[in-house]
Structures are given as structure tokens and as C-alpha cells.
Write a protein that binds this ligand. Structure first.
Ligand code: SF4
Ligand code: SF4
Length: 160
């Protein structure tokens, strides 16, 4: 599916996630499916949680026990291939890299999309973090029902 459409299937997505109990704390979900010469995720992680052993073309591997969910790798990844996910009771907080203007605002409701661009649900924007060191890649925190943790990946740029 990934090779044909560019969209990973459910098994490919789930393989990037830890067990759900691990997601009681925020963790980076790395969806870097191709072997490419790239490593800012690994070199930027202050906790040595991401390894690209040996050859720079090797896909990154994350050690969830080391990941604090700090979000640095999310805005350092040039491919916008990393998000942060955390489960909070019956909801989940997804932190996404976002490079469109205008930025959403906390309190807004935005349509949450799946990996093929299909609308899933309205999600509440909890927070938008944009600092100088992020170099114009904002981190948008959006709350979604927990049942969408394997499907939700971004938000619609402007509301329909
Ligand atoms: S979220 Fe922070 S701790 Fe986790 S892998 Fe990324 S940079 Fe490392
Ligand atoms: S920085 Fe992003 S695109 Fe580059 S290897 Fe890491 S996850 Fe993949």
C-alpha cells in the first residue's frame, strides 16, 4: 500500500507505536518508512532515544523508554515524519508539526484527518507552540477521542 499510494496501511502504522500503556506518557511516533540519507531526528534528540546505527540510510529506531516526548525531533525532522502521541483517559493528545499560515489558535476546533486526507472527527486545539529555535515549524497540540490514535495524523488547514 505504501509503495502504491504513499499511504501506509494499518499494520505499518501500528508497527511504529508502542503498547498503549506506554502512551500514558507522551512518546514520539516516527513514520519514516523509506531508507533515505537523513538523521536530524537522531542527532537532535537530547536523550539518545533515536538510533540510526551504522549507515545513515538505515531507518531510525526509537527507544520508547528513553523518549520523554519533548518534541524536539518533531520540528527537526525535515520530512515532518514524526508526531507525539499521549493517551489521557478516553482522549489522546496528538502533537503535530505544522507549517501553514495562519496558525490555528488554542480553543479552536479543527477537522482531524487520517493519512489519506479523510476527515475523521473535530479535534480541539489545546496549544500551539512556536519558538525561534523551531524555525517556523509549529507544534500543534490537538485533542482527539482515543479511538483515533492510529488514524489521526494532522488537521485540516482551514475549516470547511
Ligand atoms: S520526543 Fe524528545 S526525547 Fe522523544 S525521541 Fe524526540 S527528541 Fe528524543
Ligand atoms: S529526520 Fe525525519 S526524515 Fe530524517 S531520518 Fe529522521 S524521521 Fe526520517
Amino acid at each position: 500500500m505504501l509503495r502504491r499510494s504513499g499511504v501506509p496501511d494499518g499494520d505499518q502504522v501500528r508497527a511504529q507505536f508502542p503498547e498503549e500503556d506506554v502512551l500514558q506518557k507522551p512518546k514520539a511516533i516516527i513514520e519514516c518508512y523509506e531508507e533515505i540519507p537523513c538523521n536530524p531526528c537522531s542527532t537532535s534528540c537530547p536523550f539518545d532515544a533515536i538510533a540510526i546505527p551504522g549507515d545513515i540510510n538505515v531507518r531510525p529506531r526509537i527507544d520508547f523508554a528513553r523518549c520523554t516526548g519533548c518534541g524536539i525531533c518533531v520540528y527537526q525532522c525535515p520530512g515532518l515524519a514524526i508526531t507525539i502521541m499521549q493517551i489521557k483517559d478516553d482522549k489522546a493528545v496528538l502533537k503535530i508539526p505544522y507549517e501553514f499560515a495562519p496558525l490555528p489558535k488554542a480553543g479552536e476546533w479543527r477537522t482531524v484527518l487520517d493519512r489519506s486526507g479523510r476527515a475523521l472527527v473535530k479535534g480541539r486545539i489545546l496549544k500551539v507552540v512556536m519558538t525561534q529555535k523551531q524555525d517556523r515549524t509549529a507544534l500543534v497540540h490537538v485533542e482527539v477521542p482515543k479511538r483515533y490514535i492510529y488514524d489521526a495524523i494532522t488537521i485540516e488547514v482551514s475549516e470547511r
